[in-house]
Write a protein that binds this ligand. Structure first.
Ligand code: PMP
Length: 398
């Protein structure tokens, strides 16, 4: 009898499973549009120039690897605050933001979830339907009951905004609402500024707790533009949680660089919140790793490297947009009758293509084109070499 006799085999992560299938596929034309990773026009994961320059500068002055403070590198946390809230913003100036360096955006979400669980153990969490798969699992594992608010309407290929508002208005006070700040994963549909205003009013009226997940700042319309919703929330004076990920915007997936920022009512409250966030970190993994945070802090705080980053991020953003247009045009040229222009209405890395599971299965087995069962395609993995083949393949299954 083993302690583990009754341990069940957990289901495989669907995306990682898709990768394994892709790697084993002998089709020389195969294209992986399953994972949420940006590839350049040569199909390569980029190593940004600004990152290389920052690493070189760090190597030129090697430093010993002591433990970081529990909340991370101070220059990193202040750069995150400046990026997310604006360096000159009143909340930052008044010391109302508590920020901790986190292990990726996932780590930021988890620190927030654990802190919230202690604060209000009875609260429910609402995530969008659909949402990034890990949202439900992460908040469930933190001990919450997780429900959803309506978000995507397949029939109209747009946000079911009335449904979303109705669900938020029906939520009990204290409910934690996870919102995608920009570049909604998986649908690619964001709210308009006017819709955000209504969502914010509903969140405030119902006394809900907003938790903004910002995993793609700069991948949509621009760094400022994508972060604008944060300013709108802050302007109401509400308490606010914001998780940040630099995985995509710095192409630093494996370094696990992210953050959690919590907006408090005043400086003294922020200090108390920070002390609790530090306990969450301390009891989970003690303190964050040094390298990724040092690189990002260097880039964000050095005017030259910062300008270089903004340019490189802009290039990624522009390339994704170009691929969206090429996809629309290419599908038309390949004989698809249906109007596919909704693809250019979407934003960020992903496109909800509207393809069924059966169509996605055919794309995979007959053409070696991999996306998720839900029809989500990673537009950021398209390039000038694979786009025609992808369009021809999709045309075949439609
Ligand atoms: N939130 C969303 C919406 C995401 O898409 C992702 C990454 N796919 C994350 C959070 C997590 O980011 P990270 O890889 O930095 O943990």
């Amino acid at each position: 009898m083993s302690l583990f006799s009754a341990v069940e085999m957990a289901p495989r992560d669907p995306i990682l499973g898709l990768n394994e299938q892709f790697n084993a596929d002998p089709n020389p034309k195969k294209v992986n549009l399953g994972v949420g990773v940006y590839f350049d026009d040569n199909g390569k994961l980029p190593l940004l120039q600004c990152v290389q320059a920052a690493e070189k500068a760090l190597m030129d002055k090697p430093s010993a690897r002591g433990y970081l403070p529990i909340d991370g590198i101070a220059a990193y946390d202040s750069a995150v605050k400046a990026l997310v809230f604006g360096a000159d913003s009143a909340v930052v100036q008044e010391g109302r933001v508590a920020t901790v360096q986190a292990i990726g955006g996932t780590g930021g979400l988890k620190i927030g979830a654990d802190f919230l669980k202690k604060l209000n153990p009875q609260a429910r969490v609402l995530i969008s339907d659909p949402s990034w798969e890990n949202h439900r699992a992460l908040f469930t594992n933190a001990g919450f009951e997780v429900g959803s608010y309506r978000y995507y309407d397949a029939a109209t290929r747009s946000v079911n905004f009335d449904g979303m508002l109705a669900d938020l208005r029906a939520a009990a006070p204290g409910t934690i609402v996870v919102l995608h700040a920009c570049c909604h994963n998986p649908t690619g549909y964001d709210l308009t500024p006017a819709q955000w205003d209504q969502v914010i009013a509903a969140v405030q009226e119902r006394q809900l707790v907003p938790f903004l997940d910002m995993a793609y700042q700069g991948f949509g319309n621009g760094i400022q533009e994508d972060g604008a919703v944060i300013g709108k929330f802050v302007a109401t004076g509400m308490n606010l949680f914001v998780s940040t990920s630099f995985s995509k915007s710095f192409s630093l997936y494996g370094e696990r660089v992210g953050a959690l920022s919590v907006v408090a009512r005043d400086k003294e409250e922020a200090a108390r919140v920070l002390s609790q966030l530090k306990i969450v970190v301390r009891t989970n993994y003690s303190n964050p790793p040094t390298h990724g945070g040092a690189v990002v802090a260097k880039v964000l705080n050095d005017p030259e490297l910062r300008a270089q980053w903004e340019q490189e991020l802009g290039e990624m953003r522009v390339r994704i947009k170009a691929m969206r247009s090429k996809l629309v045009d290419g599908l038309k040229a390949a004989g698809v009758q249906q109007d596919m222009s909704f693809i250019t209405d979407q934003i960020g890395m992903f496109s909800y293509s509207g393809l069924s599971k059966a169509q996605m299965d055919r794309l995979k087995s007959e053409f070696g084109v991999y996306g998720t069962d839900t029809g989500r395609l990673c537009v950021a993995a398209l390039n000038s070499k694979n786009i025609d083949y992808v369009c021809a393949s999709i045309a075949q299954v439609m």
